[in-house]
Design a protein around this ligand. Structure first.
Ligand code: ADP
Ligand code: MG
Length: 347
């Protein structure tokens, strides 16, 4: 969360609708959620219905920004305060489903996706709109946070009453909140009778329906040059999420520290990688893309299987691409060079 304007061009590049004809009327709107720009394109819709839908989506985004934000005052920060003090809190029906989703993602990812490590993310300085500056936090501080073993399995849910058996648990849903936000926005659009649309948050996307008489065709962004690595067609209601440690990071004495942490060490993921996932639920694909970034080229396949991912693609710092056959069958490489492909069956 807290993505800032410097990343905006990525969204436009990655969207690259590679479109030619535009006979259909399109309604375009840009809204913000968690400081990230979301570009919404609605097609083939009644203009009044579309405008009303966008007002509702905007209101939902503002509520999410307030209630799901990991470090700005709101329901989430009050809940984290209660965990630290050992108190039980009655959680709103708006936040509760996310807490349940977060538990599932952590368990399925063998803890590589851990939305309870908010204190670690904060210690690294990523709970701020601006990127951190200066030296990394003291090793002992990070080691103590790892030793406390914050986990979603410490979070106890009874009806709407939520507590934590571990005071070090601090929820940070930054790894899947964007996906959850786009999932809800898609539901709102559909409820207003919108049958064809795309929601693009800096290259993380949910689509509804089709682009005229063909599928939505999109670019998977290249981790290094922000161009398009490959194009892919998304079926109605599919989603595409990319995560990587090349994106939001700071450098100190020549070392890069990224905002995706390995919960086992408390340190930023050190292999350079980006992971893209096609799925049907934005929140799940967003969580999986983050988890696969942590897993890296060595462990991505096992974690993808466990998380139920059917289409995954990773790119390492050598430009090597790791993917499963079903993903390979769906992409068209767009770069000039022919990258090395490492294809692993079995997802
Ligand atoms: P982006 O928002 O740039 O697409 P991600 O979806 O990968 O990136 O989310 C990164 C955010 O997830 C971090 O800013 C932090 O809030 C949180 N996070 C970092 N490491 C982890 C992790 N191992 N598990 C779950 N969430 C994480
Ligand atoms: Mg993510």
């Amino acid at each position: 969360m807290g993505r800032i304007l410097s990343l905006l061009p990525a969204g436009f590049l990655a969207l690259m609708l590679i479109s030619c004809s535009q006979p259909q009327k399109e309604i375009r709107e840009k809204l913000y959620v968690f400081g990230t720009l979301v570009e919404i394109i609605i097609r083939d819709a009644d203009e009044d219905a579309a405008r009303k839908a966008l007002v509702d989506v905007n209101a939902a985004f503002q509520k999410m920004h307030r209630d799901w934000h990991a470090w700005k005052p709101g329901e989430m920060s009050r809940l984290n305060q209660a965990f630290a003090e050992g108190r039980t809190v009655k959680v709103s029906p708006f936040l509760l489903p996310l807490i349940k989703q977060a538990k599932g993602f952590e368990a399925a990812s063998e803890g590589l996706f851990n939305p309870a490590i908010g204190a670690m993310v904060a210690a690294w300085g990523f709970h701020a709109d601006e990127l951190p500056k200066g030296a990394p936090p003291p090793k002992a501080k990070i080691a103590a946070l790892v030793k406390a073993q914050p986990s979603m399995s410490d979070v106890v849910i009874r009806g709407r009453e939520v507590s934590s058996t571990n005071a070090s648990v601090s929820l940070d849903f930054g790894g899947f909140a964007k996906g959850a936000a786009l999932d809800q926005a898609a539901v709102i659009l559909k409820a207003h009778g919108i049958n064809n649309a795309i929601l693009n948050a800096g290259g993380d996307l949910n689509v509804i329906g089709t682009h005229g008489d063909r599928p939505w065709r999109l670019g998977i962004r290249h981790p290094k040059n922000w161009g398009v690595l490959a194009s892919v067609e998304l079926k109605p209601d599919e989603v595409l999420y990319t995560s990587g440690n090349y994106e939001r990071f700071f450098e100190h004495e020549g070392v890069r520290y990224a905002h995706i942490l390995d919960p086992r060490s408390g340190w930023p993921v050190d292999h350079i990688v980006s992971a893209s996932v096609i799925g049907k639920i934005g929140a799940a694909a967003d969580a999986a893309a983050t988890a696969l970034t942590v897993a890296g080229p060595k462990d991505w396949h096992r974690i993808a299987r466990r998380m139920g991912v059917k289409f995954a693609l990773l790119v390492d710092d050598k430009g090597r691409i790791y993917l499963n056959p079903a993903m390979k069958a769906r992409i068209k490489l767009e770069g000039k060079e022919t990258p090395e492909l490492v294809v692993s069956p079995g997802l």
